[in-house]
Write a protein that binds this ligand. Structure first.
Ligand SMILES: [Mg+2]
Length: 195
């Protein structure tokens, strides 16, 4: 395939919907000053396998510090999870984010859209972090937000998603990696803007 054809294919590929701005091992790896240089005003974070493994009811010290550090930069921190209210409320009562939403129904975006509108923030000033391409990253791209993919904290086997979603996740990951579309800190220059 010619170079021109290849560029065209990457530009218009459906894979773009699943492409995160940045891919990290976990939330602790994020250099939060990147949020300021990219003019982020709202940080939307997934809960299960992103901030904590599914089995953990309470936030870790690292998760609490992560949220506090971001809030101290003047950035709003919201937890948006597809999980039920009981789980999300209990976790967030201890985490103390600026707000939370349970039963978000990602990859559908209407609940997230409503939240962003209510807070009067532009989509390009929002960063979403999550462990799944097909829910978190897809929703972020649909909204026009920036996004960060992290590896599932509890490991692949501890996912809340169905077998079918897990199968899709693996496929998407493989294709993105093959097309060189996963930007990590290794390939990322500090002055680069998050797309
Ligand atoms: Mg998750």
């Amino acid at each position: 395939m010619s170079k021109k054809n290849k560029t065209w294919k990457v530009k218009y590929s459906l894979l773009n919907y699943f492409k995160p701005s940045l891919a990290l091992k976990n939330f602790s790896e994020l250099d939060i000053f990147l949020l300021k240089t990219n003019n982020i005003k709202l940080f939307i974070c997934d809960l299960d396998n992103t901030l904590a493994p599914v089995i953990n009811a309470a936030p870790s010290f690292a998760a609490k510090k992560f949220v506090k550090d971001i809030q101290n930069m003047g950035i709003l921190f919201y937890v948006c999870s597809n999980n039920h209210k009981g789980r999300v409320k209990k976790y967030c009562d201890a985490l103390k984010p600026d707000g939370y939403r349970s039963f978000c129904m990602k990859p559908f975006v209407f609940r997230l859209k409503r939240l962003i509108k209510k807070l009067n923030i532009k989509p390009e000033e929002v960063l979403m972090m999550g462990d799944e391409f097909v829910t978190d990253i897809f929703a972020a791209n649909k909204l026009g937000c920036k996004s960060i993919l992290v590896l599932p904290l509890g490991g692949q086997g501890r996912s809340t998603s169905t077998k079918f979603t897990q199968f899709l996740e693996k496929k998407v990951h493989k294709r993105l990696a093959k097309s060189n579309m996963l930007l990590t800190y290794k390939t990322f220059k500090n002055d680069t803007k998050l797309l």
